[in-house]
Design a binder for this molecule. Structure first.
Ligand code: BES
Ligand code: MN
Ligand code: ZN
Length: 490
């Protein structure tokens, strides 16, 4: 656990300490930003010769008398650097030092908090299946030099958020032989203990008997049966209700519509939505936000077998609609259909679902942006929340004319249009929209709803950048918590 603090004058330090200062550049060359370490020794450094640059997020470690090192971090021109990303890069570069002091001449309390947040998010590694000697992070304390007053409550808030992001990454990084619906449930039951969250679990029998035909159908090809989990944080202070629905496919082979070998690698990440909504509710509860927050975790393993769902099977979703399954690899929308129906029955003020739903999302938006669909009000709320916490989402349309592609001659809707490749992410969104229920018995307008397709940002296949590690990223968890804060203040 990282200990974070602020201090107004440089602390005494030793060889286990690294002090971080900033470097900016303009026409006249490189400048070390104002810091309490601006001694002659620092000013006399031949920065260019030593390979220092102001390139954003580049970090250069140099020996320094009395210290483990001094770290020079690039801040570009110094205008509005992305401080969470800068600080995340610092954390990775200085991970071999126990004590880190950041002295960046920060201008506001918000900037200080962004630095602490980026650093905390970045202090992560998944070592469960590695020899202990390989683990690299030695950093145990971060101290930010600032004259500004920072509340302990704000530091606690950051550590709660970082813990939830780290716990999401841990779950997602778990290999699929160890993480399956029942073990996911066990992990959730342990993880919510003591936080005032009520847990309800449906097993394969109650899923069938209570009409959760989507989750049952997707899960029945595996010897490890499906589950639905409802988490309910309902404080007395709550005036609003936010419902979160997460896709939790612990491994997506495609089912009988089997994926090719290369596309199957990485499909352990297909439960990221469920892990994210689970950890968002944990953070919301730990923060004691005055809002009711529920999470619906739709858990199944999508495998081919003699008991698997076939293309052409017709299944019935919780809300009574029938679906002709034409491609068993479009399974996420089937489990979410049940989750969205069940969430709708509780008449929340807002529903947000989170899913690694389509490969098409990465074709459209790459690996850093989540696709954001839904009604305009919900889109605006999620967009604002994401901007506030520095996460990347991009609004996408739900064009009505594409809906006819899902017409089925014998069921209410089909799960895909065979042979169609255009607008795959949008068609996924249009399918989900069918399962959003009415606001109330008397008001038939649909409940406000947003859909986040996180197929791109859930997982980082390339090198770490900013506070984003390789592998599971924990993207969108902070956006969901921020959204709860926003909605609770409405
Ligand atoms: N889990 C996949 C989506 C996915 C693909 C996520 C690649 C991350 C990377 C989803 O269940 C899926 O297989 N979607 C199909 C939908 C298609 C059959 C309409 C896809 O994207 O190919
Ligand atoms: Mn699939
Ligand atoms: Zn999937």
């Amino acid at each position: 656990m990282l200990k974070t603090s602020t201090i107004s004058i440089l602390p005494t330090f030793s060889k286990t300490t690294v002090i971080v200062v900033g470097v900016t550049s303009d026409d006249s060359g490189l400048t070390i930003s104002s810091s309490q370490l601006s001694t002659e020794q620092l000013q006399s450094l031949e920065l260019e010769l030593l390979g220092v640059s102001a390139k954003p997020e580049q970090v250069k470690l140099l020996p320094f008398e009395g210290l483990g090192a001094v770290a020079l971090v690039g801040l570009g021109s110094g205008e509005n650097p992305d401080l969470r990303a800068v600080s995340g890069s610092i954390a990775r570069a200085v991970r071999s030092f126990e004590n880190v002091v950041i002295d960046l001449d920060l201008k506001s309390g918000e900037e200080v908090l962004e630095v602490i947040e980026g650093f905390s998010l970045s202090t992560y590694q998944y070592t469960e299946y590695q020899a202990a000697t390989k683990s690299g992070i030695k950093t145990t304390s971060l101290c930010v030099v600032t004259g500004l007053a920072i509340d302990q409550a704000q530091l606690t808030r950051i550590s709660i958020l970082a813990q939830s992001v780290h716990d999401t990454r841990d779950l997602v990084n778990q290999p699929p032989n160890h993480l399956y619906p029942a073990s996911f449930v066990a992990s959730v039951e342990a993880g919510v203990k003591g936080h005032g969250i009520e847990v309800t679990v449906w097993d394969e029998k109650s899923l069938e008997s209570e009409g959760f035909g989507g989750i049952a159908a997707v899960g029945k090809g595996s010897t490890r049966p499906p589950r639905m989990v409802k988490l309910d944080y309902h404080p007395k202070t709550a005036k609003k209700h936010l419902a979160l629905v997460g896709k939790g496919i612990t491994f997506d082979s495609g089912g009988l519509s089997l994926k090719p070998a290369e596309s199957m690698v990485g499909m352990k990440y297909d439960m990221t939505g469920a892990a994210s909504v689970y950890q968002a509710v944990v953070a919301i509860a730990k923060l004691g936000l005055p809002i009711r927050a529920t999470a619906w975790l739709c858990l199944a393993e999508n495998l081919p077998s003699g008991s698997a769902t076939r293309p052409n099977d017709i299944i019935k979703i919780r809300n009574g609609k029938t679906v002709e399954v034409l491609n068993t690899d479009a399974e996420g929308r089937l489990v979410l259909a049940d989750g969205l129906s069940a969430a709708s029955e509780t008449h929340p003020d807002l529903i947000v679902d989170v899913a690694t739903l389509t490969g098409a999302a990465t074709i459209a938006l790459g690996h850093r942006y989540a696709g954001l669909m839904g009604d305009p009000e919900a889109i605006a709320k999620v967009d604002t929340a994401a901007k506030t916490v520095g996460e990347l989402v991009w609004p996408m349309p739900l064009p009505n004319e594409l809906r006819t592609l899902l017409d089925s001659p014998i069921a209410d809707i089909a799960n895909v249009k065979i042979g169609n490749r255009a607008g795959g992410m949008l068609i996924g969104g249009l399918f989900l929209k069918e399962f959003i229920g009415p606001k109330s018995a008397s008001d038939k307008t649909p409940i406000s709803w947003a859909h986040l397709d996180i197929a791109g940002p859930a997982n980082n296949d390339s090198a770490a950048y900013g506070h984003t590690p390789k592998g599971a990223t924990g993207a969108i968890v902070r956006t969901l918590v921020q959204l709860a804060e926003q909605v609770s203040a409405e």
